[in-house]
Design a protein around this ligand. Sequence first.
Ligand code: FAD
Length: 453
Amino acid sequence: MTLDDLRGIVGPAHLAEAGAIEPRYLVDETGGPRAAPACMVRPADTREVSAVLAWCNERRQPVVVQGGRTGMARGALPLDGEVVLSLERLRAIEDIDATAGTMTVGAGVVLQAAQEAAEAAGWRLAVDIGARGSCTLGGMIATNAGGNQVLRYGMMREHVLGLEAVLADGTIVSSMNVMLKNNAGYDLKQLFIGSEGTLGVVTRAVMRLRPPAAGVQTAICALVDYADALALFQRLERSLPSALTGFELMWRDYLDHAAVHTGMAPPFDRAYPLYVLVEIEGVEEEGVAEVLGDALAAHVIQDAIVARSERERLRFWAFRDAVGAIVNAMAVVEPFDVSIPMARIGGVVAALRDQLLAEVPGCSPLFFGHIGDGNLHLALGLPEEALRPIAEAIVYDAVADAGGSISAEHGIGLLKRQWLGHSRTSAEIGLMRRLRGMMDPNHILNRHRVVEG
Ligand SMILES: Cc1cc2nc3c(=O)[nH]c(=O)nc-3n(C[C@H](O)[C@H](O)[C@H](O)COP(=O)(O)OP(=O)(O)OC[C@H]3O[C@@H](n4cnc5c(N)ncnc54)[C@H](O)[C@@H]3O)c2cc1C
């Protein structure tokens, strides 16, 4: 295959041939196996993305789409022979409408850059995840990312007003809606949000902004069991309606690892079985102290510290954000991301920990998650790759039995494709296949990810 046409589209500086591709384009956060893609291209804009895809489509050349490569499902991890399509040069913040509260961005804009630009304009992009310094808005849209504020502000779908996408054959579909209401026909943007790059490549988007947060209170609480976590959640939701933005639970094994990886002392003088990081908006410190004081008196929590400064708030969040460093230090890791009806999470965690330790020799299970959203994470360190399918079967069977989903927010990618039937009916999977076949008949986009074509 001669690459001169592609080089002509993106310019010689933005095409790397096989063997000359920088290693960072060959790996992702899960430490998946390195393959030998055909080449890597970095188009500058939608028009170049369109020309690249039209060229690939004519040749039935498979393409893998990449944003910041922080995905946890191996969706962006290249396979042998693929063209790697990196969106990282589409990083313009094109416009901020400070009256309406909208922001128009390229797909390659990094989340943190978008958050900072919104803040400088007196607004706020109310979505946040630990990978904020590297993940792109295009990747977050493609995975319908969730994160730390879903309780109040919803997942990525709630933040996208409009988008532009390029179909596999190069057709540009521009739905750059800026309004809250637009029922003129099908809401086509929803096809691309959460479809993990299998139905089209997102190139631009219009994001909805919110007013800056007022009166953010952050506390870390110590608990003895999961029933108390549920009781605390209910107290906070009822006493401070619509104010709770984060309810991040960390089991002791996770917090101990986080303390080691951050080099920080654990938050309390003694250890507890569970810790919850609570974030609340629009309430004075006294209001939060009162609810937590009542919870303490009722023995729902054993201890609590309310952050008195931004420094202290960031210190609390550093425990929760340490997951990247923890996972990077594991030889082999399976980053489980499941959702389970909230009331059942505690029982599932206890049973899973016992079963994994008994049946997966040498594994290290660390449980934490956005429990207010029913979203449980398990970073499972494994001594060898061969144990992965055994661990997956244990976890996904338990999740299916509890009526949960095998993916709360990370998506399916390559890593979970074979388990999709645990959470979706054959009719649902069949419809996904038909949609995919209709939008990408030559099956060039993110082949083998999510569902087979
Ligand atoms: C420390 C850490 C914390 C995290 N916390 C969270 C969390 O709280 N919540 C959460 O939801 N996720 C979380 N993630 C996972 C990850 O950051 C998100 O999935 C993120 O949305 C991926 O963005 P990305 O730009 O890195 O995408 P990539 O990893 O590059 O790609 C992800 C998928 O989207 C596709 N894709 C990328 N860009 C486009 C595009 N422009 N058009 C079409 N398809 C595209 C890729 O092909 C791939 O299938 C975390 C990851 C890390 C490392």
